[in-house]
Design a protein. Structure first.
Length: 362
């Protein structure tokens, strides 16, 4: 473990904008981190915890210590007849963990394939895609409290998961450093194929095949009749590869905004005014007592405001996905942030809907 000084962060976040950290620390052993805290507690007065940097936008230098957990390893914690519990180090790349589970026939994370970042960020963001969320599979989160240096374990009920958020993103933001996560997976997978885009991708894949599990049967029945975890994973990878730019080629952090969640009555009013507006059920939070939450498509709202394909200098909106803001090379974090604010205001003016950032702005 080495404490570095005045380090460029350009290679440590996927937007690839230029910014520096006064101190940068990557560790593999949590005990080494605690030893550093005991010797130099002032270093921990201002910290930023990063993983793969796939959900960050730096608008300037960070005058504190950036900490990146690199604890590796995936191991079976325990198992019973129906489930297996896997502990993964915070430094494990998330898609490597998904691949590990799918190859062994353990279900629950296949729909979350190819999401960038590391395991440590998974419970922070409560990552989700194609009808699944991390909250459905996270069992325990272990880490170190800052600045006390004490280790603590959170059970899933204590994590306060909500749509793309958690206790670690809100109340304990940069005050709890996750070192490992335990996931509960199914030995007998229960595939979730209700998401229309995933369903269509699988049906296209099996099109023309006599062995297609979709022949004469609904998707729900197909979940147990011939579709493998690997086929679901492959379908998700194909979709994400087509839709989202590769950060290695174009700087981006995936979806910049969350899909707004509104009350059912508000959704009906918007649908009446804009019939083409896509609506989806939302499961993780309710905007009002007794009301059914409805999720709107942030990408559709942004597209309708004319932003898709927009470019100003090297800051822009992706030409295929209006929800993805991009750095075409030399954009600054402030330029991307300013563009995001203009987008947010235009959606508010036209639709009366507030967009909330999914990307963390530093």
């Amino acid at each position: 473990m080495e404490l570095l000084h005045d380090i460029s962060l350009r290679g440590f976040h996927t937007f690839a904008t230029e910014a520096k950290a006064r101190y940068f620390l990557e560790f593999t052993d949590p005990e080494d981190l605690r030893d550093l805290w005991r010797a130099h507690p002032a270093l921990f007065d201002k910290v930023l915890i990063v993983g793969g940097g796939s959900n960050l936008l730096f608008t300037g230098d960070f005058e504190g210590m950036v900490i990146r957990p690199a604890e590796a390893g995936i191991a079976v914690e325990r198992e019973d007849t129906d489930h297996v519990w896997l502990r993964a180090g915070a430094g494990v790349w998330w898609d490597d963990f998904v691949r590990f589970a799918v190859e062994r026939g353990w279900g629950g994370v296949e729909n979350l394939s190819l999401i960038p970042g590391r395991v440590g960020a998974v419970p922070v963001q409560n990552i989700g895609a194609y009808g699944c969320e991390a909250a459905e599979v996270v069992s325990q989160v272990t880490g170190m409290e800052l600045p006390s240096g004490n280790f603590r374990v959170f059970d899933v009920e204590e994590c306060r998961f909500s749509y793309r958020s958690s206790l670690f993103k809100e109340v304990l933001k940069n005050r709890f450093l996750i070192t490992s996560v335990v996931f509960q997976l199914d030995k007998e997978p229960r595939l979730k194929l209700e998401y229309s885009e995933l369903k269509t991708e699988l049906m296209e894949h099996f099109k023309g095949s006599k062995a297609s599990p979709f022949n004469g049967s609904p998707v729900e029945k197909a979940a147990g009749g011939g579709i493998s975890l690997q086929q679901v994973r492959d379908a998700v990878i194909r979709i994400r590869t087509r839709k989202l730019p590769d950060p290695a080629e174009v700087g981006n952090a995936g979806s910049f905004f969350k899909n707004p969640v509104v009350a059912e009555e508000a959704a009906k009013q918007l649908k009446a005014a804009f019939p083409a507006l896509p609506l989806y059920p939302a499961e993780t939070r309710s905007p009002g007592k007794g009301e059914k939450p409805v999720k709107l498509s942030a990408g559709w709202l942004i597209d309708q405001c004319g932003w898709k394909g927009f470019r100003r200098g090297d800051a822009g909106v992706h030409h295929d996905h209006a929800l993805v803001l991009v750095n075409y090379g030399q954009a600054t974090g402030r330029e991307i942030f300013q563009l995001a604010e203009e987008i947010r205001l235009s959606v508010k003016e036209r639709f009366g809907v507030d967009l909330e950032r999914e990307v963390i702005v530093v």
